[in-house]
Design a protein around this ligand. Sequence first.
Ligand SMILES: [Fe+2]
Length: 403
Amino acid sequence: MRSIPHQRLLAGLLLLFACERVRMLPGVQPQSAVRKQAEPILMGPWLLEPGERQMTVAWVSAAPSVGRVWFGTRETDRFATEENATLEHRVLVAGLEPGTQYRYRIEAAVESGGVFSTAPPPDSPFSVLIYGDNRTNSGDHALLARAAAGEHAQVALHTGDMVANAGDNDLWRVWFAEERDLLSRTPLIPTVGNHEITDQGVGYSKYFLRRDLPAYHSVDYGPLHIAVLDSFEMAAGATPHSAGFSDAQKAWFEEDLRSVREGRHVWVLVHQGPYAHPLHLRGAGHGGSEVIRQALIAGSKIHPIEAVIAGHEHFYERGEIDGLRYFVFGGGGAPLEDPDPSFPGVQVAQKALSYAVVQVCGCHVTGKVKDIAGQVLDSFRLSDCDVPCGAVARGASRDGGAK
Ligand SMILES: [Fe+2]
């Protein structure tokens, strides 16, 4: 039997010790102790599932790799990592402080990253960006995304229809490139549009959905409770040209509304909303959705709904019908349509590339809709009370004073 030389034995023990340290102390290793993941980034990064204490960083790499994200408030001196090599990365960054800005960077051939803010406590002010219907009209979409990024909102809601054909990877690459400045620092809460199911929802699922869960879900962010509905639910027989909404989703929605905590603003995010009034109807499957309308009317009897946020038609519209306050935010780049501002219940309608910025602070909610030149097209108030912004809102009541 051959003996092991002392030098080789010592080197082996040192290697074992180093490996054990990495295994025992995940997330706090000096950067030099961790092997670099050097695959180029094809798409992203973008941010998902924002919480008071967590954020998910997503991107697509050129070849499979184990994703790793470094983060911190001043120095990026902590890391979170995936378990297995993949192309579509989701790295959960947890253990964060509420309402705090963090830097982050992804290990890659060319390092990429940005900053993000965790969700604030319920009484702290923040702003919400709302937009949608980009649908591969790249020049206009790029202009819209650039103007929206300049608002520096803490979180973004997308009303659906990102690319014309979800099965075309080149369209997704252009979409993510044009959204990069915005989505690398603003977490996105999207809903499914009919164009997202042109590939049976494969692309949307890879890039945005929580693993193995349906597209409908709810998110608490500050004092907001956002119910995200799927108006093109494939399990209910939806196609890119006809909506679908299952009894199971309706039952989930009603149960979700029963669970809303006191003092929350309930918003519903959905692609095809209850009402929309194009001057020239493009065909079946456009305008308002009867099944969504019925679901919302039933839901509003369980818990008041402050606003319904939809897209699908390529213009801006705000109105109130049957006690439902609704918006159509479809001016995100797709070829614009003419709305019909004369329809009863329509309060404002504009044919414009546009987005909204909504300011939220406790019980106070006000918003502005802007075009890509920064011109204000509409102003509205969704909620108000006597408690000043920043004070603890005890007994605050909802005031439906849209103006
Ligand atoms: Fe649509």
